[in-house]
Ligand binder design. Structure first.
Ligand SMILES: Cc1cc2nc3c(=O)[nH]c(=O)nc-3n(C[C@H](O)[C@H](O)[C@H](O)COP(=O)(O)O)c2cc1C
Length: 388
């Protein structure tokens, strides 16, 4: 195994092993990618306060997310097409997460189905729901997640309509890839990926294909989203979904204090402050920048998690110190998966754990649950002065 010391190492290996179409799908933001870039550059603006001569023995990163014990405040975010980054990718990621002791969230737009993941893991995972026009299909999907013993439903609110990512259109993104001359030339250099794909039958959207009647192009994420996602989703429908599920509900994609208050009203168990990794509204603020305002509005009444832009344990530490209960990572684990399957996801989690643990110690803290704003140096104008 190559010596991997950072998430960036995994990203480089991933780039050399995954087909260009799927690397680009992961490593894109919408339109100008301003929000995508600022998700990471805003983390860089926050600094950590070094403290010395503080007992740093017996440290712990263990905490809870929606009442569940987690080894560190990091969950694997729902990521569509994960099974195209590596054969059976969702199963690999879910196994790595369960062994590590952090939650895995399966996307509606996954390649491996809810049942595939349930059959190949031993602990409950979380299921992420996109809301569709076909209410019967949504009901069946929720029932399938219940039958698979999923322990939380993550409802994503920021993607009823797709933010344009130029590269996906230019690459003709589809699952499985359509074999154009450019794709064939690219795949010829990705033999490891190709061998894996030949050995699995999981190559399409298995939560969808076979579960719905009419699909114009079952391989196209763009076509499916445009035709089937429910543009009329509102808070009343979210409340109904919560009732239908009957268990823990996490509302993902909150970026505004007013929406956070609405999430509270419908009884969310947690919210994820997220701009979908900069893939939806280009020009929106980064998650870490809006976190304080949202915490001020609802922080004492609902669990607030954060994603978008986390690439290191230091980023996790900053988010938690800013007041997030926990974080989700998307790309950081996909890099690991595309690089080395389950072992790569494990490596990504190990890298983040080490960075988080050592940085926490160097800030003079021993328990992640005691980390607060006191360890941070935040630029005075970090929140920005915006006129509404
Ligand atoms: C390739 C890719 C696919 C994604 N697919 C989904 C999805 O199917 N459902 C969802 O709720 N979020 C999806 N997301 C958003 C992630 O859940 C998460 O919000 C985002 O990745 C966080 O940003 P980060 O990648 O900078 O960590 C996707 C993100 C990426 C990078």
């Amino acid at each position: 195994m190559p010596v991997i010391t950072s998430i960036d190492d995994l990203k480089r290996l991933y780039k050399s092993r995954a087909p260009k179409m799927f690397y680009d799908y992961c490593e894109s933001g919408s339109w100008t990618e301003q929000t995508f870039r600022e998700n990471t550059s805003d983390f860089d603006q926050i600094r950590l306060r070094q403290r010395v001569a503080v007992d740093m023995s017996n440290r712990t990163l263990a905490t809870q997310m929606v009442g569940q014990d987690v080894a560190m405040p990091v969950a694997l975010a729902p990521v569509g097409l994960t099974g195209m980054q590596h054969a059976d990718g969702e199963i690999h990621a879910a196994r790595a997460a369960e062994k590590f002791g952090v939650p895995f969230t399966l996307s509606t737009m996954s390649i491996c189905s809810i049942e595939d993941v349930a059959e190949n893991t031993t602990k409950p995972f979380w299921f992420q729901l996109y809301t569709m026009k076909d209410e019967d299909y949504v009901r069946r999907l929720v029932e399938r997640a219940k039958a698979a013993n999923c322990s939380a439903l993550v409802i994503t609110l920021d993607l009823q309509i797709l933010g344009q990512r130029h590269k996906d259109l230019k690459n003709g993104l589809s699952a499985p890839p359509k074999l154009t001359p450019a794709v064939i030339a690219d795949l010829a250099t990705r033999w490891r990926w190709g061998l894996g794909m030949l050995q699995t039958e999981r190559r399409g959207f298995r939560n969808i294909v076979g579960h719905v009647k009419e699909i114009s192009d079952p391989a196209s994420l763009m076509a499916w989203t445009a035709e089937n996602f429910d543009l009329t989703l509102d808070w009343a429908k979210i409340a109904k979904l919560k009732e239908m599920w009957g268990g823990k509900v996490i509302l993902k994609g909150i970026l505004d204090a007013e929406d956070a208050k609405m999430a509270l009203k419908v009884g969310a168990d947690a919210i994820v402050v997220s701009n979908h990794g900069g893939r939806q509204l280009d020009g929106a603020l980064s998650s870490i920048r809006v976190l304080p305002e949202i915490l001020d509005a609802v922080g004492d009444q609902v669990e607030v998690h954060l994603d978008s832009g986390i690439r290191s344990g230091q980023d996790v530490l900053k988010a938690v110190a800013m007041g997030a209960k926990s974080t989700f990572i998307g790309r950081a684990y996909v890099y690991g998966l595309g690089a080395m399957g389950e072992a790569g996801v494990t490596r990504a989690l190990e890298v983040i754990r080490k960075e988080l643990d050592v940085s926490m110690a160097l800030c003079g803290k021993r328990d992640i649950n005691d980390v607060d704003r006191d360890i941070l140096l935040v630029p005075e104008d970090f929140a920005g002065r915006w006129q509404r």
